[in-house]
Design a protein around this ligand. Structure first.
Ligand SMILES: Cc1ncc(COP(=O)(O)O)c(C=O)c1O
Length: 503
C-alpha cells in the first residue's frame, strides 16, 4: 500500500460519506423534485413537443470536470432550467417520430424506487431477481413458451437481437466456438431476414463475427412482408453451394411501416430446414395483448427466440428491452462462464443460480424489471392491450384523413400504428423533409421521415398512450400549413371533412 493511502486519516464522522448532513433538507428537495416531475408529466400538453437547443444552453454542458462540491438545489435548478425543456419530447402525446414510447408516471416512480434500492441484478440471491424472474414467467405465459424457456432484460431490441444471433451461433457451432471463434465452419453460416428488417440485425451479424454479407436480405411483398418462397429458394441455393443456413429473423412489426411477416409460415420453414427462428418483435410483439392484433402474430409462439421492448408499446420508461429464448439451456450455453469470484452456493447470498449474468454479456445490471413489473401489475395486460388497439385505430384515423385530403398522399399500407405519407408537390422529397423539420421546430408535433421506394415519406408512429385525435388533427394541419409555405405554387384541391373515428 502506498504511503499516501496509509497516512490518510480515518475519521468516523458522517461528513466523510456522501449522505446528507441534513436529511430533512434533502427530503424537502426530493419532494419538490417529485412534485415537479409529476407536474411535468401531468401538464405535458402545455409544452412544445420539442424545441431546438439554444447555443448558450448547449454551452452549459461543456463545463470542466467539477472538482468542488455544489449545492444540490443549484444542480437541480440547472436540470429544471436547462435539461427538462430540451428533452426528446416523447412523453408528449404529439411525439410520433421513430418508435418511441411515452412512459408513464407509474414507471417513473418505479425507477425512483429501483434507484433507491440500487440493486445489481447480475446475480446473487435477492428478491429483485425474483421480480425479473416473475416478468420472465409472464412472458412465457404471454407467448405460450414452455417453463424451460429463459428470458432476460437488456437495454433494447438491438441488444436482444444481437444476443439472439449469438445464441443461434452457439447452437449451430457448438460451445467450442466460444473458445476458438467461428472458424471455417462459421464462415459458412448464413442468416436470412427481409429487406424491410431493422438495421440492427445486419449490425448483429457483423458484431457476431459473420460479417453483414452473411445476412441475406429477402424481397418483400406489397405489404412489406417477407416473400417466403424467395426465402425458401435462397436457402436452397445457398445450401447447394455449400453454405449452412442457421438463422431466420422474422419481423413482427417492421420499423418503416409495421408489417408483420407470416410467422407461421416462417416457423414451418425453419422447422423443416432445422434453422433457428428468431422474431424481432421490438414493438409489434406486444400486439399479442390486443385481441384485434393477436391473430396477426400467429406463429410467434413457435419461435426459438423473441426480442421485444417494453419501452415502446409497453409504455415502460427507457430502457427496457427483453429477450425470450425457448430453450433456456441453449441460452445459457451461449453466455455462461465460470469464475472463481462468482462461485455459486446452495445457501447464503451467492445462492440462487443460475443468475442473469449467465444469460447475457452484462455482469452489472440495473433493476429494469421493477418498472416493467409495476407497469404490468398496475395497469394489467387488458388495459395495455386496449392502448395498443387504440394506437392502431388512431393510425387508421390518420390514414382516413390522408385519403380524404387531395394535398396529401399515402405512401404505404397502414398495417398497425405507423402511417407514411407526404405532401403532394414538386420536388416532394426536399419539401417534405423540410416540412418535417419545420413541424419539429414549431413544437406542434414530432414526426420523422423514412424512404419508401426511393421516395421520402413523413412517418408517424403512434406509440404513446396519451396520443389523441386532436394530435392527429394538429399533425395534418401542420403538414398542410408548412407544405403550402414550402411549396406555395403547388396547391391541391380543398379537403373533404374529417371522417369519424371508430374506437
Ligand atoms: C423493428 C425494430 N427492431 C429493432 C429496433 C431497435 O430497438 P432498440 O431501439 O430498442 O434497440 C427497432 C427500433 O425502433 C425496431 O422498430
Amino acid at each position: 500500500m502506498t504511503r499516501l493511502l496509509r497516512d490518510t486519516p480515518l475519521r468516523p464522522e458522517a461528513s466523510e460519506t456522501l449522505d446528507p448532513q441534513d436529511w430533512d433538507e434533502l427530503r424537502a428537495l426530493g419532494h419538490r423534485m417529485l412534485d415537479d416531475m409529476i407536474d411535468y408529466v401531468a401538464s405535458i400538453r402545455e409544452r412544445p413537443v420539442w424545441q431546438p437547443i439554444p447555443e448558450a444552453v448547449r454551452a452549459r454542458f461543456r463545463d470542466q470536470l467539477p472538482r468542488q462540491a455544489c449545492d444540490l438545489g443549484e444542480v437541480y435548478r440547472s436540470f429544471a432550467d436547462f435539461v427538462v425543456p430540451y428533452a426528446t419530447g416523447n412523453v408528449h402525446p404529439a411525439f410520433m417520430g421513430w418508435v418511441h414510447g411515452g412512459g408513464s408516471a407509474v414507471g417513473m416512480l418505479a425507477e425512483m424506487l429501483a434507484a433507491g434500492l440500487n440493486a445489481n441484478l447480475g446475480g446473487r440471491d435477492h428478491v429483485p431477481i425474483e421480480v425479473e424472474r416473475q416478468v420472465v414467467q409472464w412472458m412465457r405465459e404471454m407467448f405460450r413458451f414452455p417453463d424451460t424457456a429463459s428470458g432476460i432484460f437488456v437495454t433494447g431490441t438491438s441488444m436482444a437481437n444481437l444476443m439472439a444471433v449469438l445464441v443461434a451461433r452457439t447452437s449451430a457451432l457448438g460451445k467450442l466456438a466460444r473458445q476458438h471463434g467461428i472458424g471455417n465452419d462459421g464462415a459458412l453460416l448464413t442468416a436470412y431476414t427481409s429487406k424491410a428488417a431493422h438495421g440492427c440485425i445486419s449490425k448483429a451479424m457483423d458484431i457476431a463475427g459473420f460479417g453483414s454479407a452473411a445476412l441475406r436480405s429477402i424481397v418483400v411483398d406489397q405489404s412489406h412482408r417477407i416473400d417466403v418462397n424467395a426465402l425458401r429458394a435462397q436457402i436452397a441455393s445457398d445450401r447447394a453451394i455449400g453454405f449452412r443456413p442457421f438463422l431466420v429473423v422474422g419481423s413482427a412489426g417492421t420499423v418503416d411501416i409495421g408489417a408483420i411477416d407470416d410467422l407461421n409460415e416462417l416457423a414451418a420453414l425453419c422447422a423443416e430446414e432445422n434453422i433457428w427462428f428468431h422474431v424481432d418483435g421490438a414493438f409489434g410483439a406486444l400486439g399479442i395483448l390486443s385481441p384485434a392484433l393477436a391473430p396477426l402474430l400467429a406463429g410467434i409462439e413457435r419461435a426459438d427466440s423473441i426480442a421485444l421492448d417494453f419501452h415502446k408499446w409497453g409504455q415502460v420508461p427507457y430502457d427496457a428491452g427483453f429477450l425470450l429464448v425457448r430453450d433456456g439451456e441453449r441460452h445459457r450455453d451461449a453466455f455462461a462462464q465460470p469464475a472463481a469470484y462468482l462461485r455459486r452456493e446452495t445457501r447464503g447470498l451467492a445462492a440462487g443460480s443460475s443468475w442473469p449474468c449467465d444469460l447475457g454479456p452484462d455482469l452489472s445490471r440495473g433493476f429494469r424489471a421493477l418498472k416493467t413489473w409495476f407497469t404490468l401489475k398496475t395497469y394489467g395486460t387488458e388495459k395495455l392491450g386496449a392502448i395498443i388497439t387504440r394506437s392502431c385505430a388512431l393510425a387508421g384515423y390518420l390514414e382516413a384523413r390522408i385519403l380524404a385530403e387531395p394535398r396529401l398522399e399515402l405512401l404505404a399500407p397502414v398495417n398497425l400504428n405507423i402511417v407514411c405519407f407526404r405532401y403532394v408537390c414538386d420536388d416532394a422529397d426536399r419539401v417534405n423533409g423540410e416540412v418535417v423539420i419545420d413541424i419539429q421546430e414549431s413544437g406542434i408535433a414530432a414526426p420523422s421521415t423514412t424512404i419508401l421506394d426511393g421516395r421520402l415519406a413523413i412517418r408517424a408512429a403512434i406509440v404513446n398512450h396519451r396520443t389523441d385525435i386532436c394530435d392527429i388533427d394538429a399533425l395534418i394541419a401542420a403538414v398542410l400549413e408548412f407544405g403550402a409555405q414550402r411549396s406555395p405554387h403547388c396547391q391541391g384541391l380543398p379537403s373533404i371533412d374529417a371522417p369519424p373515428l371508430a374506437l
